[in-house]
Design a protein around this ligand. Structure first.
Ligand SMILES: NC(=O)c1ccc[n+]([C@@H]2O[C@H](COP(=O)([O-])OP(=O)(O)OC[C@H]3O[C@@H](n4cnc5c(N)ncnc54)[C@H](O)[C@@H]3O)[C@@H](O)[C@H]2O)c1
Length: 446
């Protein structure tokens, strides 16, 4: 099938590359010519495990190409998949400017029947807006009776595991009221259906809401566990024991039940905000999601709170080793990452920070540039030299079994603030380390 993917970010690149890998003929369009230039030179502008290999073999086979040529890309695909960003607007609602621009371009250059697929996360009603924009563009043309369909097909992939998630989705949600378009998407997704039927066809609005509901539920589980973790700290209970105790209940399950230093990334924060805004605009504010957001906002400072409780508010002259900058392992994405709150909080209190992350240091450099209170280490252990304490923000695999003797030897004092509960407090105590986890009870609160 001929497919055009509009937007070459995390979702667009992964979708385009994986669909090409299945034998489709895919053109990826972006308005950012620098990105397209990089991709055409064999450079993948984001870090996503396995993506480079998939892109490389499909470009070599001629099934995948990258362009900034809007007219050619619209002419190419029977399916026009919109995968552009939907960042937060000032009031928290989703900024649909990029989606509607993409739709307008499709309308301007439409040459025959096409299915426009909204893969971006968009509020309920956006498919109608996309339809209206395309119809408006067409109305200005002589061939205004050209036909098109608009379908909602939200994406559920996770950064860091995106290739696997795209190829083995839990479900494929199609929101459509148009049999012709549904059949085209059934054909496109047929290779994903071999094992069992994963396709769920529903009305457009329900499909649009499903994506927000999924992210809101996951964010809720995280904030719930974080709030309980803070209570556990006060009570002297261990949230990790509690997690196991409740996760074993099949109605609850173990997934997404970890306490930590807050959720970030490009999706949960903005999607929670957008869903809240949708509801508020309809006069029914979502109280649970307001609490989810408030708890998360506070949780992003929980490590700073623990650091200042231990060292005092003035951290002038102190230096901290920071392990992990990406908002989660497996990605270089630092959008709304907790590391940024920690870095900026430490700097505001006069401290210097030496950071290490396996992939997100170039992104850190892009965001913060050069500054004297930010140093980059080439290894986790190098970051420890002369630091007053180690602060762990991202649960990269490489941080999970460190050499604790080296940690103690390199740090000025053997102190760990662990925002991801990677270690057992009792084991840390036995090794002579002062250990502050999240919700680990009295053992961590001296
Ligand atoms: N990142 C994720 O893990 C994830 C997962 C599921 C859903 N989503 C959703 O998918 C959408 C895309 O997210 P992302 O993280 O891939 O975004 P991104 O910001 O990484 O990439 C978006 C790309 O779209 C391009 N673009 C903007 N306007 C364009 C236009 N008119 N024509 C062509 N290209 C254009 C930008 O230049 C950019 O390269 C968002 O709605 C997001 O909420 C993201």
């Amino acid at each position: 099938m001929k497919i055009t993917v509009i937007g070459t970010g995390y979702v667009g690149l992964v979708s385009g590359a994986c669909l090409a890998d299945l034998g489709n003929d895919v053109v990826c369009l972006d308005i950012d010519w620098r990105k397209i230039q990089l991709l055409n030179n064999g450079v993948v502008p984001i870090h996503e495990p396995g993506l480079h290999e998939v892109i490389k073999r499909n470009v070599a086979s001629g099934r995948l190409s990258f362009t900034t040529d809007v007219a050619a890309s619209v002419a190419h695909g029977l399916v026009q998949m919109i995968a552009v960003g939907t960042p937060s607007d000032e009031d928290g609602s989703a900024d649909l400017r990029y989606v509607l621009d993409a739709a307008r371009n499709v309308g301007k250059h439409l040459n025959e029947y096409k299915v426009i697929v909204n893969k971006s996360t968009v509020p309920v009603g956006t498919a109608d807006s996309v339809k209206a924009v395309i119809a408006d563009e067409l109305s200005q043309r002589a061939d205004h009776d050209l036909k098109f369909s608009v379908v909602s097909n939200p994406e559920f992939l996770k950064e860091g595991a995106a290739i696997d998630d795209f190829n083995r989705p839990d479900r494929i949600v199609i929101g459509a009221d148009d049999e012709r378009a549904i059949q085209i998407l059934r054909d496109m997704y047929a290779p994903f259906q071999r094992n069992h039927d994963r396709l769920m066809v529903m009305d457009v609005k329900s499909a649009e809401l499903t994506k927000y509901a999924a992210n809101a539920m996951l964010a809720t589980r995280i904030s719930f566990m974080n709030e309980l973790a803070n209570l556990a700290d006060k009570l002297g209970a261990d949230i990790e024991q509690v997690r196991k105790g409740i996760g074993s209940d099949q109605r609850i399950g173990y997934h997404f039940l970890y306490s930590g230093c807050g959720y970030g990334g490009s999706c949960f924060p903005k999607d929670v905000r957008a869903l809240k805004q949708t509801a508020t605009a309809l006069g029914m504010p979502l109280k649970i999601l307001q609490a989810v957001e408030d708890v998360n906002h506070a949780q992003k400072s929980v490590l700073l709170d623990k650091i200042t409780q231990r060292f005092g508010h003035d951290l002038t002259g102190k230096n901290f080793a920071l392990w992990g900058l990406a908002f989660k392992p497996g990605t270089d994405d630092m959008r709304e990452a907790t590391s940024r709150v920690v870095l900026e909080g430490l700097w505001a209190r006069g401290a210097g920070v030496t950071v290490y992350d396996p992939v997100a240091m170039p992104e850190t450099q892009r965001i913060y540039g050069d500054r004297p209170d930010l140093r980059y280490a080439q290894s986790p252990h190098e970051a420890l030299n002369d630091a007053d304490a180690l602060v762990i923000v991202t649960e990269w695999k490489a941080f999970k079994s460190p050499d604790f003797k080296k940690i103690s030897a390199h740090l000025k004092q053997p102190i760990i603030f662990d925002g991801r509960n990677l270690f057992e407090p009792a084991a840390m105590q036995a090794l002579g380390l002062e250990y502050f986890g999240i919700g680990r009870g009295l053992l961590t609160e001296r």
